[in-house]
Design a protein around this ligand. Sequence first.
Ligand code: PLP
Length: 387
Amino acid sequence: MAMLTKRFMKFATKAIHAGTGPDAGAGAVVTPVYQAATYAQQRPGKHKGYTYSRTGNPTRAALEASLAALENGSDGFCFGSGMAAVDAVLRLLKPGDEVVATRDLYGGTFRLMTKVYEPYGLKFHFIDLNDEAVLLRTLTERTRLIWMEMPSNPLLYLTDIEQVVLAAKSREILTAVDSTFASPYLFNPLDWGIDIVVHSVTKYLGGHSDTVMGALVVKREDLADRLRFIQISGGAIPGPQDCFLALRGLKTLHVRMQRHCENAGKIAVWLSENPAVKRVYYPGLPSHPGHALAARLLRGFGGMISFEPAAGTREETIRIMERLQLFVLAESLGGVESLCAHPASMSHAGLPEEERAALGIHDTLIRLSVGIEDADDLVTDLKQALG
Ligand code: PLP
C-alpha cells in the first residue's frame, strides 16, 4: 500500500480514489455533500481546517484534489463555470499586458477576451500558433500569456505545444491550455511544460450534462497562491452539490472516454466514406491537419467530430440536424448522450462572421458530441438524417 501514493497510481485508480476516501466524520465511502456555509471554531483561528465555504468546503476540496491528481498537478481550483475559470486566469494580468491566443477557440472565450478584457486594457492577438514565424513576431516584451485549446472548438485543431512552450519559457511568458475537449484521460498539459490547465467541468469531467462548472490545475506554487487568492477574493466558486456530482462523474471518466473515443472513431470513418458528406474534421483521421500532432500528444482522438454535409446550404444543414433523433440538438458536449450543434449560430455566434469564414466555421458545419450509446444506432441515426 505504501507504493500506492497518488504519484504511482494509474489513471483509473486515481479517478476513483485520489482526493476522496472514507469521510472523516461518519466513514461514508464517498465524500458527502457538505451543505454548509460556515464552520464552528473552538477559539478564533482554532478549527478543523474550514472556516467559511467560499474559502474552502470539504466536498470542493475533495474534487480539487482529485482533479489535481488526474492532471499530475499540485493544486486544483474549481469555479462556478468554465468561463469563470477562464476569467480567473485573465485576472492574473493587468492593463497593458498582451495575450497571444490561438485563432480557433471557443466563442465564449473570444467574447470574454475581446468584449470584457480588451476594454479593460489587455491586448489580444489571435494567431495560428503553429506558424512559428508569426508566433515569434507577435511576442513582445509585454506578452504575459499564451492561450491554447486542445483540441480546439469546433474544428479540433492541435497546437504544437512543444514549440510554444519553448518560445514562452525563454521569455517568462505564462502558458495556459483549455483542455476541455481532451480531458485528463487523453492529455496532461502540465507534463508538457504548460503552466495552467483549464477545464469546463460541465463537459467530459462531469460527463452527465447536469452540472455547470470550471476548473484550473497548476503545479507551480506561486501560481497556486495567486489563483487561490483570485478564487477566494472573486468568490466564483461552485456549490457543494455540484462538486459532489462532478466527483461522481470523475470516477467513470476513463470508462466513458474509452467509449467516446471508440464511437467517435467509428462514426468519423463512416462519415468520411459517405458521399453525402463533404468534409470531416476528426483528429483520428489521417486527412485531418492535426492528425500527426494528435497522435504525438494525445492518448486517443476524443469524442468530438465536426463535418459538412455535401448538400451545401445552411437550410439543408439545419434540416439534417432537425432529422436527427438520437443526437439531441443542444449546446454543450461531453455528456453520455450524443448531441449535435450548429457552431456558426450557437457556440461561435460571438465570433465575427469574417473570422468564422476565414477559420472554416461555415454555416454548413455540424458539430457532434458523440456519446456512449451503441455506435451502430448512432450511425443509423446519421444515415437516416443525411438521407
Ligand atoms: N472552454 C471550452 C473549450 C468550451 O467548449 C466551453 C463551453 O462550451 C467553455 C470553455 C466554457 O465552459 P462553461 O460553459 O462551463 O462556462
